[in-house]
Design a protein around this ligand. Sequence first.
Ligand SMILES: Cc1ncc(COP(=O)(O)O)c(C=O)c1O
Length: 503
Amino acid sequence: MSDIPGLLDSIKLDKNSKIPMYMQLCNNIKEMIQQGILLPDFKLPSVRQFRDSLKINQVTVVSALKLLENEGYVYTKQGSGTFVSRSIPPASYNVSGDANPISDELYQQDDTFLISNGQIKIGANTVNFASATPTPDLFPVEDFRKVLDEVLERDRGNAFGYQDSQGFYPIRESILRILHKSNIATTPESIQIISGAQQGIDIISKALLAQGDYVVTESPTYTGALAVFKSRGAHIVDVEMLEDGPDLDIFEYNIKKYRPKLVYSIPSFQNPTGYSYSNRKRKEIINLSAKYDFYILEDDYVSDLDFENRNYLPLKAIDTHDRVIFIKSFSKIFMPGLRLGFMIVPSKLTNIILQAKHTTDISTSGLIQRAFDLYIREGYWDRHFKFMFNIYKERYLKITQALDSYLPAGVRFSRPGGGLNIWLNLPYGFPIETLIRQAASEDIVFAPGRIFYSSPHVQKLDNIRLSFASVYIEQIEDGIRKLCDMISRLGNSKGENRRIPLL
Ligand SMILES: Cc1ncc(COP(=O)(O)O)c(C=O)c1O
């Protein structure tokens, strides 16, 4: 059992408190783990030892340990006992104070700690490299108010009736205008309006996947999509995301072996890596979809944030076999809370996808669709897009410049050319959880790479994702300099009982 003398003695429980005993016990242990008193893989006392020493009920102990396990603080080994997790939930998620709740993919992931906490809280001065979502001060509230007023005046009650499940026809026409730069040729009849890209992924999974089906995804990938595929009981086959897209030999091997119905792909400025498929891989993957009869779900969440003119072709633009379901999110450029996006659907799938949309929410809000249609038609969208593009580009240039200046030798990143994320590769075995805690104590937050993997078996622990969507330009250089100093110190010190050479 515990080789820390007095561990059980230091646990303080108050029988008169309104907080249930199992929660008090859970909080006591959690604090010791967060403070580094209990280190990874440390074996906790047995249930009986807790029970006898603390004079509490066995059920109380079991419930506390279960809660700790659900929250990711401990793991159990059948027949051996309970141990402290190797990667504990980052302390930054507890940052409180004068806080704004930030809603993004970080808490859609399969991490019960985050879900049970409900939201990540970020203080007013936090340097937020964690959220890949724009901040509310950038939302075009005044312009949107104008189009909303105009729609209410023009459409009156019609804006509030049930809408066509496929979407308000005029907005499907307007979307063709937004698409003109992407080289995608389509018609309003192939467009399906959705309440955000996340709903699109869910609807497609509902329409195409049955329990036990296989889905091939990049690894790492967007956690919200992984959560959907898991919720449908699908098996996820991971193919490593390289700097120019997945290795296609490995990809084809997996396709032959598992015969998936669906491949989930973020080909441009992928989340979380920022990497993009080369145009050659794009063409090959389209050919493979016809050869092996699978559909590709192309998740386009930021392809238009192409700061270095890489001019990647969307898969849908070269989809000669009508095998690509293209999903477009507006959340990163517009206002994520509107819950609006669209899909371009292969003709063979329009009916089943329409049915799945209907059973999900009948239709996306008619008021929001009408207002957004007017927003595009009156030219606001083009203006707002340019505004956001310039802001993000400025931040992109600043963060890449700061990383070039301050990153210690041995830490790598590959310039993505666009998007909102940068993926840092730290040396093998780097104490990332300690970095998270130290950074949080300086009010700097970021996403640990581990959360973007489908399971602990494929999880890599040497990466972090830095997003620049929510960080202000004035904070970037100082934030990166501090973070790099911490990385350097941790890499060269004997902290956490090990020495990790950064070179
Ligand atoms: C790759 C990717 N796809 C989809 C989404 C969800 O977008 P939406 O807000 O449109 O549902 C996100 C959000 O972070 C994302 O990163």
